[in-house]
Design a protein around this ligand. Structure first.
Ligand code: SAH
Length: 390
């Protein structure tokens, strides 16, 4: 097996359990490397660090799969890892729909598997995990006997690994518009054409957190996608709910979801650009009891972080201004680079500019089927905040 030797002075990160090894942390690679193959990693003084997969085309040269010297990286390894992920989800109470595998946080770097009852959606975002796709599919078939498996590898990040963007069936073809249950409601999931894997499971617990504040309320939901938060609001007794999204397709799906739950009379959806509409409605003096914001990630790189901060501040400022005194703002951010502390600072700046006092009701992260590993920043990505705006 190819041996990778680390430099003497490297970040503590690797020793502390982080699975990524960057090009500039490597002293030497012994042997002729093929992208995607398994390698052994050693410290400068020849101590075993772990086994992982290598890709000379990527800035992250190696991603570790195990710290166990005796572990063999083979079909059985992936079966056992995925079985363990399933045991963990069952243990913490996420069975029907869940993120079954959350990449680095499950020691399977760059592998995402979402389970939507009997259907599975897979993303293999690095070469070294992509080559194990047949083993991963085999494991899913053995453990779950699924009705269908689909690959959503139409993700730009794969190009950094020299991989093409692609989507398609990994099982016999099936109808890719399925229905899932969540918190006693039903939602269509468009596995083939929806965003990411088709549905945002990470907000499944946070959708429940609005239960009490929306009772009898006039609710505005912005960045609604398929209307999940808004339909929860109507279900929990909101007087009226309006959801906005820039995508016509999303709005159509949101309407279908409202009908599916018999909530079409209290829930309306409209296409709109949030940045334009919120500005205008503040001018018009519109007011709501509850405003909910759940925008897409505003940046993936440090170069545009400042712009993302400005974006968050702007929508939250306008969102707050639309809240009646004593009402609530429900606001999220899934931008990795905006950490929890920074997010709270942005909200605080927005409140000062809006000349409103706020108090925190809840501040939480993604649901527990997306485990957080402290020290691996990108496993702790979702910020979900409810504040009362006084
Ligand atoms: N709340 C949703 C997820 C929202 S994803 C859920 O829980 O499922 C973010 C959504 O914002 C996407 O549907 C995207 O189409 C929409 N979006 C992006 N830019 C927008 C803009 N400028 N105005 C309105 N919607 C926008």
């Amino acid at each position: 097996m190819i041996k990778v030797g680390l430099r003497k002075k490297i970040a503590q990160r690797i020793v502390n359990g982080h699975p990524w090894i960057f090009n500039n942390e490597v002293e030497k690679v012994e042997g002729q490397v093929n992208g995607g193959e398994t390698v052994e990693v050693f410290t400068h003084d020849k101590k075993f660090v772990g086994k992982g997969y290598i890709n000379p085309k990527s800035q992250i040269l190696v991603r570790l799969l195990t710290r166990d010297k005796n572990a063999e990286i083979n079909e059985q390894f992936f079966h056992d890892q995925i079985a363990q992920c399933w045991e963990y989800r069952k243990r913490i109470g996420y069975t029907e729909n869940c993120r079954l595998v959350f990449g680095e946080a499950d020691s399977l770097p760059q592998l995402i598997i979402d389970k939507f009852n009997d259907y599975f959606v897979i993303q293999t975002l690095a070469l070294g995990i992509d080559v194990w796709k047949p083993a991963i599919v085999k494991a899913l078939n053995e453990i779950f006997k699924p009705k269908g498996i689909y690959e959503r590898n139409d993700v730009p990040v794969r190009e950094l690994e020299g991989l093409p963007q692609y989507k398609g069936f990994l099982s016999d073809p099936f109808d890719t518009k399925i229905i899932i249950k969540e918190n006693g409601l039903q939602f269509y999931v468009d596995i083939e054409n929806g965003q990411k894997t088709g549905y945002f499971l990470d907000q499944q617990d946070n959708r429940r957190a609005i239960q009490h504040i929306v009772k009898g309320a006039e609710v505005l939901g912005v960045f609604t996608y398929t209307g999940t938060f808004e339909i929860h609001a109507a279900h929990y007794g909101a007087k009226s709910v309006l959801g906005l999204d820039i995508s016509e397709n999303a709005v159509q799906q949101a309407n279908r979801n409202a009908e599916l739950n018999g909530l079409q009379n209290s829930c309306r959806f409209q296409t709109a650009n949030a940045f334009d509409v919120l500005k205008q409605w503040v001018k018009d003096g519109r007011q709501y009891d509850v405003v909910m914001l759940d925008p897409p990630a505003f940046t993936k790189s440090r170069e545009t972080l400042q712009k993302a901060i400005t974006g968050y501040k702007e929508i939250n400022l306008r969102g707050m201004k639309l809240v009646k005194p004593g009402g609530f703002l429900v606001t999220s951010s899934c931008t990795n680079l905006v950490n929890a502390e920074l997010f709270l600072q942005i909200i605080d700046m927005a409140a000062k500019d809006a000349r409103r006092k706020t108090r925190q009701v809840v501040f939480q992260t993604q649901s527990a089927d997306h485990p957080v590993i402290w020290g691996m920043e990108n496993t702790h990505y979702l910020k979900y905040l409810i504040i009362q705006v006084i």
